[in-house]
Design a protein around this ligand. Structure first.
Ligand SMILES: *Cc1c(COP(=O)(O)O)cnc(C)c1O
Length: 398
């Protein structure tokens, strides 16, 4: 007997006349009456079953907010998208396999051959490479703009400019952008704006509140929060845009597993707690580095002396645990010694988890001599801040 997907309390023992092989294929029972938990149940599905032909044929009618095929979502997916939309301050959220896939989804939904897209000079590297290599191959052109362009972005608009990417602060160099000014200039010309808000998360800044059309996050970072999850999200406040994003995700075949959604849901209740601690520890570490004789420059917009502090203070409510700095002795051997001496900061990419991390990246390749050398990036975890300060102090004295 096929059972309705609207009836979770179905009887799992079909008919005593059927063979055990048949009986084993029948679904075990759904949520038992009287069971309640604070944890989100994990539902797995490729097939969704329907009670009759009419509802089967009409299944696409509920593709955006119901159950039609496993790829389109289970209760576990909707539990996560609902929470993420709340975090974004309202609207709808689409899940994708990685943070990078969130940028791919926005580009794929919006761009056609001949379109032009603007990206900040210090945009997350893979987003730039993806836009140039993949979308370039398909006839999309792009222009890089200086991070601090603000309203002057309008000078770079072309007749076919369709999208402006923003990222504030930028990966590695942590340069802030005047996102509200860019939104205003773009919208005046009917151009849409996407923001990669992975650094601050909506706990620090809500892009959709200032009119950004697509807010993307690598959930891999602070939502997951434990360095064991890859996932991305695109959020919008426009219902039609949400449906277009869902349609595009389906065309591309994007899917995230329910078990992974569970990990993201597991991260959410402690996200504010983790970030508040990581922010306050990062600020203390930034102040310590700023005063240290071996340090040449420090990049952390919540720091009062940072070039971009005014923008951060105006727009952001919370900072995160990611900062970067340069050594006065900006040579690879010196950096190798520093990293090797660290005990609590381990060397690795992808941040946002509870562990402190260190990474090394080349500075931008420009003529300017101060731009040569290496940037050291720290991600401050939830360890005791005095232990982290001691670790850094010791390694800097090497
Ligand atoms: C990590 C990161 C991404 C990509 O996330 P993945 O899940 O690793 O693909 C995108 N943007 C920024 C700013 C990031 O830091």
């Amino acid at each position: 007997m096929p059972t309705s997907n609207a009836d979770p309390s179905r009887d799992s023992s079909p008919d005593s006349s059927t063979d055990i092989a048949t009986q084993l294929v029948q679904p075990a029972q759904g949520l038992p009456a009287g069971f309640a938990s604070l944890s989100q149940g994990v539902f797995h599905a490729s097939t969704i079953v329907f009670p009759d032909v009419a509802s089967f044929l009409a299944r696409q009618n509920q593709a955006y907010d119901g159950y039609s095929y496993g790829q389109n979502g289970t209760p576990t997916h909707y539990a996560l998208t609902g929470k993420l939309a709340e975090l974004e301050g309202g609207g709808k959220t689409v899940l994708v396999p990685t943070g990078l896939a969130a940028a791919v989804l926005v580009n794929s939904m919006l761009l056609s051959a001949g379109d032009h897209v603007l990206l900040p000079e210090t945009v997350y590297g893979p987003t730039l490479e993806m836009t140039q290599a993949l979308f370039g191959k398909w006839g999309v052109t792009c222009t890089l703009y200086p991070n601090d362009i603000a309203a002057d972005i309008s000078k770079l608009f072309q007749p076919r400019t369709r999208l402006v990417w923003t990222e504030s602060p930028s990966s590695n160099t942590l340069e802030m952008q005047d996102v509200p000014a860019i939104v205003k200039a773009a919208h005046a010309q009917g151009i849409l704006v996407a923001m990669d808000n992975t650094w601050a998360t909506p706990l620090g800044f809500r892009p959709l509140d200032v009119g950004v059309d697509f807010s993307i996050q690598a959930l891999t970072k602070y939502v997951g929060g434990h360095s064991d999850l890859l996932m991305g999200a695109v959020s919008t406040r426009d219902e039609k845009t949400y449906q277009d994003l869902r349609d595009t995700a389906e065309l591309i075949g994007y899917y995230v597993a329910s078990d992974e959604c569970f990990l993201a849901l597991r991260g959410l209740p402690t996200m504010a707690l983790r970030m508040e601690r990581q922010f306050s520890s990062a600020l203390r570490i930034a102040r310590f580095l700023q005063d240290h004789a071996a340090v040449a420059s420090i990049h952390y917009p919540p720091l009062e002396s940072d070039t971009y502090h005014c923008l951060w203070k105006r727009d952001f409510k919370l900072g995160s645990g990611l900062l970067s700095f340069t050594l006065k002795n900006n040579t690879l051997p010196a950096i190798e010694d520093f990293v090797a001496a660290l005990k609590l900061f381990t060397l690795g990419n992808s941040w946002g988890g509870v562990h402190s991390l260190v990474a090394v990246a080349p500075l931008r390749k420009t003529e300017d001599a101060s731009d040569q050398g290496w940037l050291i990036r720290l991600h401050v975890g939830v360890e005791d801040v005095n232990d982290l300060l001691n670790d850094l102090g010791r390694a800097l004295s090497v």
